[in-house]
Design a protein around this ligand. Structure first.
Ligand code: TXA
Ligand code: MG
Length: 320
């Protein structure tokens, strides 16, 4: 009984249609500044179960709850003074905080996968904010791609991966940040996922280094599934010269013969914004040329480079 996915415009009519679908327990993909999210009513078990089903996502991997305001966050989580200080600096924006869940939060247990914490983010994208306001409730939203595949940064990417599996997508153009939010645990502070806010900035704000959290060998540690962001082609990293068997994706000015370049000027912000679209483009190019490998030039491990390298390492990780 699969139906086509509706493409909605980013205007009052689009938001009204999207909110009505969400109220009916349907799924709507929405643009955020990081990547497109696959939104469903976080209070509705059926809607949340449908998110896992549409993505083919393992149920032990909890979802991020998207909210319009810090007041809304206080209703579902315990926000400490330390958390409030960080939130005041980065919300709305590409930062997710993992906070203690309030027992009366009213969220579907599937959202948190039974954990006593909840991941919360206030997106900055005007379309996500307009939809949250129109809908008037918490939206659970993982990235709007089949589990393990490349995250979507345009409405077309969403359609390419999920057409017929979700009710609608709102077209808000390409995402400006281009990598997912930074996920921060507090008490004690730990970096669970590098992302759109540079870890160094948070370290400067809280005055201490951030240990990286999670353990890839434990698949029930959230967010630590190793192979992810996987294109069709195999991925090689730190490649500094062209190879006859590969599409070469460069960074900066040292690879003038690269087939594609994440940022010819070596700008990490631009590289992050281009990353997922270039993984897709590189994959298509490899297919056209009959090649089976994408080779990436090195990207510095600072600022947004940490998020870029994290995604590239996962794209290169062995696949089961
Ligand atoms: O930028 C983003 O964060 C995008 C946009 C759509 O907001 N969303 C996103 O969601 O990347 P997703 O589901 O692809 O990644 C959510 C991550 C997962 O790695 C999950 O394990 C982690 O958040 N997570 C969720 N709840 C958690 C919790 N209570 N404790 C630790 N990690 C959690
Ligand atoms: Mg994802």
């Amino acid at each position: 009984m699969s139906q086509d996915t509706k493409l909605l415009s980013a205007d009052a009519d689009g938001y009204a249609q999207a909110a009505a679908l969400l109220r009916a327990g349907e799924l709507v993909a929405m643009p955020t500044e990081t990547v497109y999210g696959l939104a469903g009513d976080a209070r509705n078990d059926r809607a949340v179960a449908a998110i896992f089903a549409a993505k083919g996502r393992p149920k032990f991997n909890p979802l991020i709850v998207h909210l319009p305001s810090i007041e809304a966050a206080e209703e579902i989580a315990v926000v400490s003074d330390a958390a409030r200080e960080i939130a005041a600096r980065y919300w709305p924006g590409p930062l997710t905080l993992v906070l203690p869940l309030r027992p009366d939060a009213g969220l579907s247990d599937l959202v948190t996968a039974g954990h006593d914490t909840v991941a919360i983010r206030l997106p900055a994208h005007p379309v996500a904010r307009a939809l949250l306001t129109e809908f008037g409730g918490p939206l659970a939203a993982p990235s709007a791609n089949p589990s393990g595949k490349i995250s979507p940064t345009t409405a077309q990417h969403v359609i390419d991966g999920l057409d017929g599996k979700i009710a609608a997508v709102i077209d808000g153009g390409p995402c400006v940040v281009g990598v997912e939010s930074t996920i921060l645990a507090l008490d004690p502070p730990a970096l669970l996922r590098p992302g759109g806010v540079a870890a160094e900035e948070i370290e400067a704000l809280i005055g201490q280094p951030l240990p990286t959290g999670g353990d890839a060998s434990k698949p029930n540690a959230p967010g630590q599934l190793k192979s992810h962001y996987a294109p069709g082609a195999a991925v090689l990293l730190d490649v500094t010269a062209p190879r006859p068997d590969a599409v070469w994706i460069g960074f900066g000015g040292d690879c003038p013969t690269a087939d594609l370049n994440l940022s010819p000027s070596g700008d990490l912000t631009e590289a992050a914004a281009n990353l997922f679209a270039m993984l897709r483009k590189g994959d298509a190019l490899a297919k056209t040329r009959g090649l089976s490998t994408l080779a990436f030039a090195p990207v510095p491990e600072t600022g947004l480079g940490r998020a870029i390298n994290d995604r590239l390492r996962r794209a290169a990780a062995p696949r089961d």
